[in-house]
Each structure stands twice: as C-alpha cells, then as structure tokens.
Write a protein that binds this ligand. Structure first.
Ligand SMILES: Nc1ncnc2c1ncn2[C@@H]1O[C@H](COP(=O)(O)OP(=O)(O)OP(=O)(O)O)[C@@H](O)[C@H]1O
Ligand SMILES: [Mg+2]
Length: 469
C-alpha cells in the first residue's frame, strides 16, 4: 500500500514536472510566434511606408512637372559638361521661338550670343542671377533675367537655368525714361518761360521808370554840356594869350622895342580874356563836370545792375548798397510823392541773384510810392539782421491794403491799379524770387495808416536749387 502510495505520489510529481516543462516550452514557442508576427507586422508597415513614399514621389514628380510646364519662366535642365539641353519647359520654347520638344539635345549656347560652355565654372549651390539678352531661333534678341544653379550630386551634375522674358519691363522702363526726359525738357522750358516772365516784368518796371531815369540823366548831361562850352571858351582865351607868349619868345633879346610891344599886348590880352578868372574857375568847371558824368555813370550802373538778366549768376550782394541803389533808381518816381528815410543797420554781404533781389526791392518801393495819398507821405527803408536772417523793411504811410485784398496781393496778375499801369505780377514774382532764395516776405497793413513789407533772406541767401545742387 505504501509502495502504491509512494508510486502514486511520485507519478503525480513527475506529471506535474512534465506539465511545467511543457508549459515552459509552449510559452517559449508562443513568444517566438509573437516575435515573428511582430516582425511580419513591421515589415508590412515598412512596405506600406515605402509604397506611400513611392506614391508621394510619383505625385511630387507629377506636381513638379506640372509646375515646370506651367511656369511662365523658361526653364532648362542642361548637362554642364556638354551644354546640351536635357529638358526644357513650354515657356522656354515660347521665349526662344521654338517648339520646346525640339530643344532637347540642342546646345544651350546656341541661344546666348557669343557664349562659351562654361557652366562647370559656376560655384555649386550658388544661384547666379543677371540680366542679359538671349538670341531666339528666329534671330530676335530677347532681354531676360537669367538664373543659373549648378546641382553637383554624387552621381549626376546638372545645371538648371531659368530665364524670365523682361522685354515688357524693359519697354516700360524705356517709356518711363522717355517720359522722364520729356518731363525734364518741359520743366526746363517752364523755367525758361519763368525767367522770361521775370525779365519782362523787370523791363516793364524799367519802362515805368524810364521817364524819371531820363530826367535824372538829362540834368547832369545838361550842365556837363554847358561846362564843356565854357571850357572851350577858356581854351580859346588861353590859346590867344599863349600864342602871344610864343611870339615874344621868338623875338631876339636885342630887339627890345619889339619885346616891349609884345609884352604890352600880352598884358592887354590877359586883361581882355580875364585869364585870372579862368584860372580860378576852370578847376570848378572840370570838377563839376566830372561830378555830373559820375552821376550819369552811377545811374547807368544802377540801371545795368537792375536790368541784367542774372538767373544763372550768383554774386556777392552788399545789401545796403543794393537797397540804396534801388532808392536812387526809383527816386524820380518817389520824390514828388513822399520822402524816403534810410535806417540802414549793419548787414553782412550775402550771396544771391543780385538783379533779382534788386527787382523785389524796386517793386516794393514803387508800390509804396504809388500807394501814397495826394498830400504825400513817407517811406522808411530799414535793413538789419534779426535771428540770423537779413531783414529789409519797406514801411509806407500810404493808403493801406484792405483785408480782402491782402489775401490776393501775391496772386499773379492781381492788381488794383488802373488798366495799363500795373501788370499785377510784381508781388507774385517777388514772392517767387525770395522763396527761391530760401527766404520769405511778410506784410502788415492798416487801411488809412500804411503798409509794411518785410523781405527776409537767410544769411546764406543762395537760391535753394543751387544749394541743393
Ligand atoms: N505798399 C502798398 N500799399 C498798398 N497796396 C499795395 C502795396 N503794395 C502792393 N499793393 C497792392 O497789391 C497789388 C499787387 O501788387 P503788385 O506789385 O503785384 O502789382 P501791381 O503793382 O499792381 O502791378 P506791377 O507791379 O505788375 O506793376 C497792387 O495792385 C496793390 O493793390
Ligand atoms: Mg507792383
């Protein structure tokens, strides 16, 4: 029984051990199966991934091709060693007047005038861009913006060339250049016309002043002429006496009677011709004449300084001298209407178009004179420097300007003067001239009391365009 029991226990243990072993084996086997299954699964995944990649690649190729073909930019793939075209898109064919398919195998250099095949010289991974002309199959030259890039792979070397037809842009540029030139020409013409208007306004004011200027010149001319007549008479008297002296000098010393007679004649002639008076007077006559001629010369200089067309010339301007000279020039226009007071301060020399600045001062002086009431009045002309600016003030005690007129006085052709006496350009031109010099004109006016114009110029009063240029 014991034996039987022992056997039974033993067999039960053996069975259990076998079962354990079997279970272990089965587990190992199960694991291996799992591994295989897993491996197979990942292979499937990998295959699917590769398939997707292949699909993507295909799509991307189709997409790239579509982009390549649809592009408006001409594109070529070229063998850089031989310069043979390996591929070209539609746009390339259109730009080069050839069927794109016919480009295959052609030499790319055929389409570039005087070109060598030097694509291999291009640094890899660098894109070269430049504008150039390409020669089409039909012999036209087309301006293009060309880009070249060398693709230097392990297996293959390729050059990708793209070129954009820029004929339209070039044409537009040429048109813009042409219209710019036309605009510049028109501008020049306008400037010339403006200069002409300024000059004619100046000549018009000379016309206005002409009678006065003629009178100013006539006066000294009158007395210089009369003085010259006197000098001529003096010359005749002196010559008469001088001839008697010469006669006496020629008579020999031993002919005492003859000498005495001539000496008496000389004394009588001196008396008759009033030589003593001539001696005392001739100096005055000459000095007075020189003074008269000097006055004429000054008027002519002022006139020339004023009339000169100096739009091109920039010169040193002594403000006080300039203002004084303009007062003198307009004096005849002013002297019967008003008195003129000068209050000149210290003003440095400035650089400007002197004739034009004079023209402004002249116009303001004449305007002030014309604004005077019947009973007359006063013009005070001041010069000075304020806040680093030259200020020329022309203040009159004339009629004044009503506010509604004041806003228009700088408008071209605005005048309140009767037809034929004013063009209405004076202040408009003056405004332009002073503005050109980087300055400004200020005006204050009270009706019945008078008007004050202030011409303000920078100390460096060169015309603005010249300062910039
Ligand atoms: N000092 C002043 N007093 C009163 N009014 C003035 C004065 N200066 C200018 N004006 C007014 O401004 C107007 C325009 O002056 P502007 O000098 O431009 O032309 P104009 O003197 O009328 O003609 P032009 O100068 O061409 O001979 C004048 O007609 C006048 O009405
Ligand atoms: Mg005027």
């Amino acid at each position: 029984m014991t034996i039987l029991l022992t056997l039974a226990v033993l067999s039960a243990a053996a069975l259990a051990a076998w079962g354990l072993t079997m279970r272990r084996r089965m587990t190992a086997l199960g694991l291996k199966v799992d591994e295989h299954v897993e491996a197979a699964k990942s292979q499937v995944v990998e295959i699917q991934r590769l398939q997707r990649m292949q699909q993507d690649l295909k799509e991307s190729e189709v997409f790239s091709r579509a982009v390549f073909e649809a592009s408006q930019t001409g594109m070529m793939v070229i063998d850089p060693r031989t310069c043979q075209i390996m591929d070209a898109n539609q746009a390339a064919g259109e730009i080069l007047d050839v069927d794109a398919d016919d480009l295959f195998g052609e030499l790319a250099t055929t389409f570039v005038p005087n070109a060598n095949c030097n694509l291999l010289d291009i640094p890899a991974a660098e894109t070269i861009n430049h504008e150039m002309n390409m020669a089409t199959a039909s012999g036209r030259e087309v301006p293009v913006l060309r880009s070249i890039r060398l693709i230097d792979g392990d297996q293959t070397k390729l050059a990708v060339v793209s070129f954009l037809d820029i004929s339209r842009r070039k044409q537009a540029e040429a048109e813009i250049r042409e219209s710019h030139e036309k605009l510049e020409q028109a501008n020049e013409e306008l400037k010339r016309h403006k200069d002409q208007i300024v000059q004619s306004e100046k000549l018009a004011s000379i016309g206005q002043l002409a009678a006065g200027v003629a009178h100013e010149i006539n006066n000294p001319i009158g007395f210089v002429t009369s003085n010259l007549g006197t000098v001529q008479e003096y010359m005749e008297s002196l010559t008469t006496v001088l001839k008697l002296y010469e006669e006496r000098d020629e008579v020999a010393d031993d002919q005492a009677e003859e000498v005495a007679s001539l000496t008496a004649k000389i004394a009588a002639a001196r008396e008759e011709e009033d030589i003593e008076f001539i001696y005392s007077d001739i100096g005055n006559v000459v000095t007075e004449s020189l003074d008269g001629v000097g006055r004429v010369a000054e008027i002519v200089t002022n006139l020339k300084g004023f009339a000169r067309e100096d739009s091109q010339q920039l010169s040193a301007y002594e403000v006080n001298d300039g203002v004084d000279s303009m007062i003198k020039m307009s004096w005849n226009e002013l002297k019967y209407r008003c008195e003129v007071e000068r209050e000149f301060g210290e003003v440095p020399t400035i650089s400007c178009h002197t004739g034009r600045v004079n023209q402004v001062i002249m116009n303001m002086l004449v305007n002030a004179g014309q604004a005077m009431p019947e009973e007359g009045g006063k013009i005070v002309v001041r010069t000075g420097v304020e806040n680093e600016e030259v200020v020329i003030t022309i203040a009159d005690t004339g009629a004044g300007i009503p506010p509604d007129v004041l806003s228009k006085i700088f408008d071209p052709f605005f005048t309140t003067k009767e037809v034929g006496s004013g063009t209405g350009l004076g202040l408009s031109i003056s405004h332009g001239i002073i503005q050109e010099h980087g300055g400004r004109i200020e005006v204050d006016s009270v009706v019945g009391e008078g008007t004050t114009f202030r011409i303000i110029l920078p100390l460096t009063a060169a015309p603005v365009e010249e300062l910039i240029g």
